[in-house]
Design a protein around this ligand. Structure first.
Ligand SMILES: Cc1cc2nc3c(=O)[nH]c(=O)nc-3n(C[C@H](O)[C@H](O)[C@H](O)COP(=O)(O)OP(=O)(O)OC[C@H]3O[C@@H](n4cnc5c(N)ncnc54)[C@H](O)[C@@H]3O)c2cc1C
Length: 416
């Protein structure tokens, strides 16, 4: 039976980044993926261009952004109930900012990361799904996976569970029994640039806040298509997975968005993909079996509760997991993750609770402000932190709320 220093489960951004980090440092590592690569991943595929630094693309020269970036967006167009539009730059004139959101097709991006890890020495095995993890108090783990071509068994000193929102690693080792799940749906719609609404441009991403209760809808530009989606990011108990009415509402928001932006479409030709998002809901233990199993990315619940983005955090947590293994500090892993994410995500969660409760007010006094797009881009890029921005923003929004509540037509909150 083969023995590895680490087996990484799942070839998304978390697993791809972890396997690469381990392999390039000389560790014996296997990267196991349930699906055949390249595989579709339900996602908007928008990510801050600072992933370039996280992946050290400029230093390593083994992966060019041109291989996966389909559009480089530098403007956001915000609407409320598809009305009252504001189109503003992420880098306003007079600032020395250089922020952008890269738009990728996840099948291409994730496969590029997995192949990069394989080139660095990781043994990449797709079409194999993790089934069991056996462990004694000391000694290696025995990991069994199954695929169409039979079963596979190996031993490893450590395992990284990077198997996403629907993965089983966390469950097997008894972690994250309580988790907050948001839900989002997307569709890819073929598009020819120059057609449709004048603001449909490859450098603009579109965000709509009123059409979805406790969530938002988006249109992200890609090479030859638009990624159009909608999600409920502060779900209440009823709006989880399997709730057909939530699915209907999200699909309606998507088709309404297409209609408003004058994108020709036929409902019967749209392929909707739905997927849960395990959003940050407070610090949790993310390592088990005396540090031999670590969770990264969605499996660890590292989705920003305000924006619902998770790619950057998956990459970072994969790298943190790999580095803990390389330095023999696996028992420090949960602490290291908290150190990286906790204060920022806790503040984002506070903002999310307010924003999704009072979306009309937050649109008027938040998203519509001339500086809002820049701040949103800075927050997404890690150029600004929620923990620094939230206090000031909440003070302003609370003032606006107090004044609105004492007026003749007080706003109604979204229902819990
Ligand atoms: C509709 C939607 C839109 C989104 N849009 C954005 C966005 O625009 N920007 C952003 O940053 N984030 C977005 N997200 C979130 C983002 O997709 C995730 O946070 C990100 O994919 C997490 O990466 P990951 O590597 O942890 O998991 P994943 O990307 O989910 O990868 C996990 C991998 O594990 C594999 N796997 C599962 N089970 C097993 C098993 N038993 N054995 C082996 N392999 C297994 C899966 O096949 C998969 O390939 C969106 C999510 C949704 C649902």
């Amino acid at each position: 039976m083969n023995h590895y220093d680490a087996i990484v489960i799942g070839a998304g951004p978390a697993g791809g980044a972890a396997a690469y980090e381990l392999a390039r440092s000389g560790a014996r590592v296997a990267l196991i993926e349930k699906q055949k690569l390249p595989r579709h991943k339900t996602c908007g595929g928008g990510m801050p261009m600072m992933v370039s630094q996280v992946l050290q693309l400029e230093e390593m020269h083994d992966l060019a952004p041109e291989a996966f970036v389909e559009a480089d967006t530098r403007f956001m167009r915000h609407t409320y109930l598809f009305d009252d539009p504001v189109l503003s730059p992420m880098n306003p004139e007079g600032t020395d900012l250089n922020l952008s959101l890269w738009m990728v097709r996840r099948s291409v991006f994730d496969n590029a990361l997995a192949q990069r890890a394989a080139s660095a020495g990781a043994e990449l095995r797709d079409e194999l799904a993790l089934k069991t993890i056996e462990s004694s108090t000391s000694g290696p783990l025995t990991i069994r996976a199954e695929g169409q071509n039979g079963s596979w068994e190996a031993t490893a000193d450590t395992m990284i569970g990077a198997d996403g929102a629907n993965g089983i690693s966390a469950k097997i080792v008894g972690l994250r029994k309580e988790r907050a799940l948001a839900i989002a749906i997307e569709a890819e719609v073929p598009h020819r640039w120059g057609e449709g609404h004048a603001d449909l441009r490859p450098d603009v991403c579109h965000l709509e806040y009123g059409a979805i209760k406790k969530g938002y809808a988006w249109v992200f530009p890609k090479g030859d298509h638009l990624n159009v989606g909608a999600g409920v990011f502060r779900p209440n108990r009823q709006s989880g997975r399997g709730d057909a009415s939530v699915r209907d509402k999200l699909q309606t928001a998507i088709t309404d968005y297409l209609t408003i932006l004058e994108v020709p479409h036929r409902m019967e030709n749209l392929i909707f993909h739905a997927h849960p998002l395990p959003i940050w809901d407070g610090q949790q233990t993310l390592h088990a079996l005396n540090g031999r199993v670590l969770l990264a990315g969605d499996s660890a619940g590292l989705i920003n509760p305000f924006f619902g983005d998770g790619i950057l955090h998956a990459l970072k947590s994969g790298q943190i997991a790999a580095n803990c293994i390389l330095s023999g500090n696996q028992n420090q892993y949960s602490y290291k993750i908290a150190e990286e994410f906790k204060s920022n995500f806790d503040a984002a969660l506070k903002m999310a609770r307010f924003f999704y409760q009072w979306p009309a007010l937050c649109y008027k006094h938040g998203a519509k402000r001339p500086t809002a797009t820049r701040t949103a881009a800075q927050l997404l890029c890690g150029d600004a932190l929620f923990e620094n921005v939230a206090k000031r923003a909440m003070r302003r929004l609370n003032r606006a709320l107090k004044s609105a509540l004492s007026g003749a037509n007080p706003p109604a909150p979204e229902l819990e």
